[in-house]
Design a protein around this ligand. Structure first.
Ligand code: PSU
Ligand code: MN
Length: 302
């Protein structure tokens, strides 16, 4: 069966010219941010990548076709669409087979990037081990994907809504390199510190690219997680965000929110509780990750 892969004209041209490409996810657009900031942010993130010498490829499933790169009109439509599925490894093929429309999570975007020959991907935060996972068993498929699929993912660490120590434990068990960029601490999305040291630290995009190339030479499957701290001027300190996170977690429990709905529910709740400050920080960190990913893409061998 041939894959219903569809490259945007910009990504097609980059492939032909050998220009480095950076993958971007679409769940952050459909489930992670409200309209219209979601579309504005997606455009600004793409611009950051172009300004840093690479080409952005935002990935989504539109009517059964796997799009690698979206046009401006496609991005606008997706950003306002209702009832878009949130696709991960489990339901990705089924959505394509049934002609559906879906946004790709970190896990699904990694799969699509590898299919398209893209080796680096920028996002906001990865999914992880949820608090209370010992009861709910809610561990994001993103973690397993990092152990299987050869893509370097640049994120601002893991959100404080997750159990960060358990997330780091699972990543270690799965053999995923976790590399803090430019500091020792593993960053916590809105905040630069998490009170947890990252297992690895690198200060140069060239080192990150070399480590990925070395994994490939060794025949090791899987990718790397690059944990890039939010810029200082954009951060929400831990003591400010933690009480908001705790309230959101209580609300999720009261309303018995579960499975795929958990992360979008918490993000929306925190957005309202901080009067939009969480979104402002989220936008700044995604753009920061896009810049670093473009620099890594330029260092990776083809
Ligand atoms: N972090 C964000 N915004 C998001 C997500 C994470 O700041 O929109 C999305 C990503 O697509 C990630 C997914 O892959 O949430 C994780 O969902 P879950 O916890 O259900 O695996
Ligand atoms: Mn989950």
């Amino acid at each position: 069966m041939t894959l219903p892969l569809h490259f945007s004209p910009e990504v097609q041209a980059a492939r032909a010219a050998g220009t480095p490409v950076v993958a971007l996810e679409s769940t952050i657009i459909t489930h992670g941010m409200p309209w219209p900031q979601n579309v504005e942010t997606a455009r600004e993130v793409e611009a950051e990548i172009r300004d840093n010498g690479a080409v952005p490829a935002t990935i989504a499933v539109l009517e059964g076709r796997l799009h690698i790169g979206l046009t401006g009109e496609e991005l606008d439509a997706l950003g306002q669409a209702k009832n878009v599925s949130k696709l991960s490894r489990a339901d990705f093929a089924a959505c394509l087979a049934m002609g559906g429309t879906g946004a790709t999570t970190v896990a699904a975007t990694m799969i699509a990037a590898e299919l398209a020959g893209i080796r680096v991907f920028a996002t906001g935060g990865i999914g992880g081990v949820h608090r209370g996972a010992e009861e709910s068993f809610d561990v994001s498929a993103d973690l397993h994907e990092l152990s299987k699929t050869a893509v370097t993912v640049v994120a601002a660490g893991a959100k404080a809504i997750l159990d960060i120590p358990k997330t780091l434990e699972v990543l270690e068990t799965l053999g995923v390199p976790v590399i803090a960029y430019g500091q020792d601490d593993f960053p916590a999305f809105w905040s630069r510190q998490s009170d947890q040291k990252a297992p690895l630290r690198m200060d140069d995009p060239k080192q990150i690219a070399r480590a990925m190339d070395m994994r490939r030479s060794m025949g090791l499957e899987g990718g790397q997680l690059v944990a890039n701290p939010i810029p200082v001027e954009a951060e929400i300190p831990r003591h400010v965000i933690m009480p908001v996170v705790e309230d959101a977690l209580v609300a999720a429990k009261d309303k018995a929110i579960s499975a795929k709905a958990v992360t979008p529910f918490l993000l929306d709740r925190i957005f309202h509780a901080t009067e939009g400050a969480s979104l402002t920080a989220n936008i700044a960190l995604v753009k920061n990750n896009a810049r670093l990913a473009a620099r890594i893409a330029r260092e990776l061998s083809a």
